[in-house]
Write a protein that binds this ligand. Sequence first.
Ligand SMILES: [Zn+2]
Length: 565
Amino acid sequence: MARSIEADWVSRFADEVIAEAERRAPGKTIVCASGLSPSGPIHLGNLREVMTPHLVADEIRRRGHDCEHIISWDDFDRFRKVPAGIDEAWNEHIGKPLTSVPAPPGSTYPNWAEHFKAAMAAALAELGVEYRGISQTRMYTSGAYREQILLAMRERGRIDAILAQYRTKPKATKVITDADEAAAMEGSGAAGEDDGSAATGYFPYKPYCSVCDRDLTTVTSYDDDTTALSYTCVCGHDETVLLSEHDRGKLVWKVDWPMRWAYEGVVFEPSGVDHSSPGSSFVVGGQIIRDVFKADQPIGPMYAFVGISGMAKMSSSRGGVPTPGDALQIMEPPLLRWMYARRRPNQSFKIAFDQEVQRMYDEWDSLVRKVTEGTAQPADTAAYQRSIGTASGLLPTTPRPLSYRTLASIVDITTGDEEQTLRILRDLDPDNPVASLDEVRPRLDRAERWITTQVPAEQRTQVRENPDVELLNSLSETERESLRILLDGLDEHWSLDGLTTLVYGVPKIQAGLSPDAKPTPELKTAQRAFFALLYKLLVGRDTGPRLPTLLLAVGADRVRKLLTV
Ligand SMILES: [Zn+2]
């Protein structure tokens, strides 16, 4: 088993959760919980709902305690709206449980909820998140919550009184400033759902109509002694059922959530900002669990919004915000885990789909180096250890983690040609050549995915087919000389390190300086001008991938062809 990790926010929550669990029921399995609504694609922001308890549960396991992470699939929630891009015919399903709505066209899954659950479950498996999934459809329709539902109905006056304390207060409003954020809020829980009040009285239970299967029902009466519940539906149906036998309905969200905390004995469940304001589900739920279900509220930190940089344009064309599966296309699981592990839940952050992803990878590689050398800060080391594996073991890694930036540049230029890619990778370090692409996978595949799916065509590198004769003929004698020095040194310097020395060295030689001379402002200007000239001649632009990588990728023969006057 992996050792426990001290010194970060995860560790501090683990301390708190273990102490609380001991106070409540010593020796009992500790339960950490998440809730996800499979009402549509489950996006990266919702991953925080899972990663926060996952990391805490994992730390508790590392310390040798029994701990279970449960994920409640809120698949018995109503289908609220037809997302953009889906046939309007799905409108007829609004109000039905998500498990009763047909899956989107073309899906092989039996229903709407299963379709969207599956993608998230696949991403969680890749991320090493172990959990017990609980289908709320299965729980409600099997009668598992019977006692709790009857209790909530008996106590409806008390629940109504708790909710009433908040109904009079002005509703907390949150200004949503970002389109991604607005889209993100859509998927989170059942915020905004009605709390059970109606002209006919307050009833925290809402049946799905036995004729049309929608929740457009109104409870008109309830008899505590017989549990006879009467309802009407907008479809015209009305009937009386015995709640002691009825399994096709659910508690309203603000009562459902605390009921499940009590039922599962949840000690830790964070929630998004939208659930933590005054009068919100978490605050009201705390009172309902104490007064009605006679149990304790979980420790429930609020987590801040997770944003995305660089995918807005692409996501809007696809009609959605990116999912964990989308992120795992362009980065390895440890890197994605790290995004969530390194920041405290109340800090917001962004996950990069644009050029920033290269910088994130550089930062990660530098952290790995520091950890290996033993020079990393304790909290950074903790985040690293939580990212590379769990109490159950390490996640798969790339055996030879070459710089993501370098790999991206290479596949950019080779457009994924494996033979050419391997040739360039061998040349990077001739003393210790890469023998097979498998050594640099899966990182190579992620970099290739990033280049092909996220980098706009105008930012891709196009090596010139033919020399820019006009430019070559217009060069000054100094410029011609710089190209000659470079070409003369190519063979001798044909490696990543060698070419780095060479390209920085050419302007030094021209200035009569030694190869290890310290850069002066004049030298830096000369280097910049030299690099710009090379980019112009090789790729027809002022910038491009790092020059040593570019030269290796283009190949010595073609470099000669493009740089010779
Ligand atoms: Zn109906």
